[in-house]
Design a protein around this ligand. Structure first.
Ligand SMILES: Cc1cc2nc3c(=O)[nH]c(=O)nc-3n(C[C@H](O)[C@H](O)[C@H](O)COP(=O)(O)OP(=O)(O)OC[C@H]3O[C@@H](n4cnc5c(N)ncnc54)[C@H](O)[C@@H]3O)c2cc1C
Length: 161
């Protein structure tokens, strides 16, 4: 809480949460948006041509080279999450990939918000389209651990679904 106050980020401490299991408490951030990321992206890209399954290979001026040919554009924004053109710093060698999993649960409680566990590998909860989305089970790609098995036990024990 002190760190957030120093950064002037508004947050409050919440003891009682509408989750169907015991919690030690939570840091609450009000006025967060919950939206459908694909609908959001579709709206941003209205009128643009989309090339799916087309990996970037190299940048030649205003042209992006792919395995199927080159795509020319007035403006190019690199939004690949992992840097693909920034050789300076070799960030792609210092970063690692994680995979996490989500269960969409029917007949589950309405948790009235979005929650994320502060533990590495913890759980997340939010409702969408009448279902409860429970995320977690994260592990480094190529390594064992987590997975859907890590979600099955809390779904039964904590949520009783
Ligand atoms: C399970 C889960 C739940 C999450 N929940 C939340 C949440 O509730 N709220 C929140 O704020 N954040 C959440 N996040 C984090 C959020 O999803 C990421 O921070 C965000 O998606 C990053 O956006 P981005 O555009 O940088 O990258 P990405 O969304 O990863 O998009 C990068 C895109 O670039 C493409 N790409 C990569 N390399 C190439 C290449 N060489 N050529 C062509 N295309 C390429 C990829 O295919 C991908 O489509 C969650 C993440 C996960 C995994």
């Amino acid at each position: 809480m002190n760190a957030l106050a120093k950064l002037r980020i508004q947050a409050t401490w919440a003891e009682r949460l509408p989750l169907p299991f015991e919690t030690a408490g939570a840091i609450r951030f009000d006025h967060q948006a919950q939206f459908h990321p694909l609908r959001f992206a579709a709206s941003l890209t209205k009128g643009l041509r989309i090339f799916e399954n087309t990996a970037y290979r190299a940048l030649d001026g205003r042209s992006v080279r792919t395995d199927h040919g080159s795509i020319r554009a007035e403006k190019i924004i690199v939004a690949t999450h992992f840097p693909v053109i920034n050789w300076h710093g070799l960030y792609w060698m210092k970063l690692c990939q994680h995979r996490s999993y989500v269960l969409a649960l029917e007949n589950a409680p309405d948790v009235q918000g979005m929650y994320i566990d502060e533990r590495m590998g913890g759980l997340s909860f939010r409702n969408a389209q009448g279902m409860l989305l429970m995320g977690g089970g994260a592990h480094r790609t190529g390594k064992r651990g987590g997975g859907y098995a890590a979600l099955a036990a809390p779904a039964t024990d904590k949520l009783k679904v």
